[in-house]
Design a protein around this ligand. Sequence first.
Ligand SMILES: [Zn+2]
Length: 505
Amino acid sequence: MSTNKFLSLGWFKETAENAIANVVANKLESIMEEEEISLKTHNVKPCLRIQLSNDILTVVLNDGNILTKPGATEIDFQNAGKAKTEDEVKAIFYSAEVVADIAKIKAEEARIRAIQKGIQLLADLDDFIVEGNTVYLKGTSRSLPQLLVERFIEVVNNVKYYTGFGDVQKALNENDDYVALKNFFMWCCLNPRAEVAHELYRFLDENSFRITKQGFVVALRNVVTLHGSPELVHFISNTYNKVKATWKKNPDHYTVFLQDGEYKLVHDDKLTIVEERTSTDCPDCEGTGGFYDYDDIWLDCDTCNGSGEVEEYTYTVEIPVDHGQRIGGLTELYLDLPNREENRFTDDWTKTFDIRIGQVTSMPKEDCNWSTQDCAAAGLHFTADQIHYVGCGDQSVIVLINPMKVVGIGQHKGRCFEYLPIMTVPREEATSILHDGMFDTLQLDEEYAIRELESLTEKAKEGFATESKKYEFNMPSISAKEINTIVSTLSEMKATIKNRVTTIK
Ligand SMILES: [Zn+2]
């Protein structure tokens, strides 16, 4: 077992105890492909009639359209006859660019058809309200951004395919991708700035798009290490999250040891080894041949008739394995990280923030202003994967952000007034980890969600009130009823989390 200060993602991938099934979401294109394949498989000749008269080539297409080309050659004529598709025929008449343009328009038409078909799919479900081409999640008054609608269609289409005639809505409620998208948008609706929801989704879509099942955004930023040797922080935060996201295992079943100056991760099953032994000692009298009774009178053992020996038999003993110094259980160590002295980081710009893995970093939201600028505007900066954009520092960290707390989105960077750093990231993984399909962010921190749900109704109402005071123009209004609906929908995740997480402190 490698015992570096980081356990690399590569190590986790190679060491997976169980094969991890990668479910690739059916892309929207698959609907389009079906349509196109059905056209192609008919193998119909693209033209009804081809004619070269003088130097004018005339072709009548299957749909009755007529194409003509003056100055045509014998080769054009032959090519038209050999053409297998309409596009090949058109290539004889138009330049490559025109043909490409036509193909593009067709693809766009097919996409729109697929979306319309998809929207119908959503309309049939309990969770959505569809008005024309506008889609709402039930109980909310903010329309879903187009890109998010497309993503929902993909997921629903995929789940529907695997569910067959079963209950699709039920299957969706158990689908992590679906639940994550729904939670994500519910949190967005509680953000007083409507444009954040749309911009945030666009930003995620253009970058690595990683969210947790609770609907939080997974992002990166750089920090400055204050303490000289945060090796244990690296080891624990990396291991804890990679056990969850890569192995999909419960960190409760792992223990951290220190051996020969290196940290080591050990599963419960490897704490002891089972050894098989043989013996002829009688198991009842332990080889002594008998017992003294209450009156101190010797009684021969019935099992061995007083001999103390029986026929050779085998038995097993559990022997603890020497893994070195026990540091603690992985989960308990992770939850205790904020209390550890070496877990101290700050920001490079102001050098004032107290940043700790496992503890929320925040600034007063009154001090943040809405802006689409990448730099200069106030707020806590984050990126989806362009790590070089988010300040200097010697250490990259993965942070979770509640969409409700995002104040601005630029091209590659976003700003928020609160984030939770959940792990340090090895330099060589900083640009790749959020693109790695084997690092399943849906499985990341759940306790944060429980904390975020506390007195959420009040926090949401306060957020809207503060924002509307700040600006002259009209704020999108939200009713108390809508807030309650959203909060109760989000609160449903609490029960699921509590069933799974055994240690909540
Ligand atoms: Zn005996």
